[in-house]
Design a protein around this ligand. Structure first.
Ligand SMILES: Cc1cc2nc3c(=O)[nH]c(=O)nc-3n(C[C@H](O)[C@H](O)[C@H](O)COP(=O)(O)OP(=O)(O)OC[C@H]3O[C@@H](n4cnc5c(N)ncnc54)[C@H](O)[C@@H]3O)c2cc1C
Length: 410
């Protein structure tokens, strides 16, 4: 563990997260590997784990101190988010997903929610240890168009909000939403002007779970990150009052404040999965014997360990640089945060592949815990934009006039 360059706050947060993971999360995962496979979402992660995380302030990062949240030094907030996200995901990637959604949405609310709604929801967030937040962009017709975005009316959100007396009526459906199944408060994106491109015609709304017309359609059963309950929701003539409109028409452009830290946090969680794979594998190859020698004494095995370590350090280096750029709001922040997210997803897949292979048959056995890291890692190729869409975003920031220009209606 490198300490150099970390602030006192970052060092303290990292240590308390590491202790939490080593003393609470990893023992739970090891002793209860079957729980991940329960088809009753409420039975998977026991509330006590979230409670323990909450006691450390990990559920309310990003909430201003005046409301009782855990406010980090703003100058290095995103870098500190990354350090914490990595440590939690080293214990469990799904638990990290649950928590980081609260940080990311809190950053958005801090900026765009009216004062009286901040007072109401930040206070509730602090007071209710199980309250989770969700951010709803993706629809059954797809998410990639929104990430790029293809700024033409035919690619617009299919969830629509129509202005009415005192508010908006929302109809539509969102899918694949992190915390979607069990959140208490949602940020929902909807089309508010079908005649223009989505950058000019998408608005965001604050939607409490008990809003009339809001329903949870289902909890998605996922390959990995199974301790986060991913959900799908439906809005039928859902009335949202005027003061719950967060950003009118320019919601996607304004959401950079959420997306950029989001990419960094995503890469950091991914790194945490890789670090866990390395630690478990390093331990295994120094104890398990084949050919009369512990595995690491076989040269081909030792080389793979070097490969894993090198990839992890490369991800960490790019992540650190990108996090600093986002904290400093430099012009290259947009490119770098997408690069960090993309690079982590591909490199950590290779790290966990080594881990599974070096564990032999044990790497495949559910009760051994290594295959879980492979399942958790694969999610990162899709979540928060796919690999190809991330590449497209990077090249578009570098060559905005030419790269990936939409060819027009077919
Ligand atoms: C575990 C998990 C959690 C998630 N959490 C959230 C959340 O909290 N909130 C939220 O809003 N969304 C969430 N998502 C959705 C996620 O952002 C999308 O799944 C992702 O962006 C891909 O979109 P899609 O599934 O609609 O794929 P599609 O957009 O349908 O893409 C399908 C394939 O086509 C490719 N493709 C699409 N368009 C193009 C193009 N123009 N050029 C080249 N290739 C293209 C893609 O790369 C991909 O390979 C989550 C997803 C997962 C798996």
């Amino acid at each position: 563990m490198y300490d150099r360059g970390l602030s006192e706050e970052q060092r303290m947060m990292r240590q308390s997260c590491r202790d939490f993971v080593d003393n609470v999360v990893l023992p739970f995962i090891k002793a209860n590997w079957q729980r991940e496979w329960s088809m009753v979402p409420e039975d998977r992660l026991p509330p006590v784990i979230l409670l323990e995380a909450d006691k450390l302030g990990l559920r309310t990062l990003g909430v201003p101190e005046e409301y009782g949240g855990t406010e980090l030094d703003k100058a290095t907030e995103v870098a500190t988010f990354a350090i914490i996200a990595e440590e939690i995901a080293r214990g469990d990637s799904g638990l990290a997903d649950k928590l980081v959604q609260n940080w990311k949405v809190s950053v958005l609310l801090r900026q765009f929610a009216p004062r009286h709604l901040q007072e109401k929801w930040f206070k509730r967030l602090v007071d209710e240890p199980s309250l989770l937040l969700a951010h709803c962009l993706t629809e059954p017709r797809g998410a990639s168009d929104r990430w790029l975005p293809y700024n033409v009316p035919e690619a617009a959100m299919q969830t629509k909000a129509i202005k009415t007396n005192g508010g908006w009526v929302v109809n539509g459906r969102k899918q694949f939403i992190s915390n979607g199944y069990d959140a208490g408060l949602y940020v929902v994106y909807a089309n508010t002007n079908p005649k223009v491109g989505m950058l000019q015609g998408t608005s965001s709304f604050l939607v409490p779970r008990d809003t009339k017309g809001f329903a949870i359609a289902r909890c998605n059963e996922t390959l990995g990150c199974r301790y986060m309950n991913n959900g799908e929701m439906v809005f039928e003539d859902m009335f949202v009052p005027d003061d719950h409109l967060l950003v009118e028409n320019d919601a996607l452009g304004s959401a950079g404040i959420y997306f950029r830290p989001g990419k960094i946090i995503q890469a950091a969680k991914n790194l945490g999965v890789g670090v866990r794979a390395f630690e478990a594998t390093a331990d295994y190859v120094q104890n398990y014997v084949q050919g009369g020698r512990i595995l690491i004494k076989h040269q081909a095995v030792a080389l793979r360990l070097a490969d894993m370590a090198t990839r992890i350090e490369a991800v960490r280096a790019l992540l650190g640089r990108a996090a600093q750029a986002v904290d400093d709001k430099t012009p290259e922040a947009e490119t770098l945060c997408n690069m960090a997210k993309l690079f982590a997803s591909e490199e950590i897949m290779k790290v966990v592949q080594h881990a599974v292979e070096l564990h032999g048959g044990n790497g495949i056995m559910l009760d051994f815990g290594i295959e879980k890291l492979l399942r958790d890692a694969v999610i990162f190729l899709h979540m928060d934009a796919t690999v190809d869409i991330s590449k497209m975003k990077i090249v578009k920031t570098m060559f905005p006039q030419t790269a990936g220009k939409y060819a027009g209606v077919e």
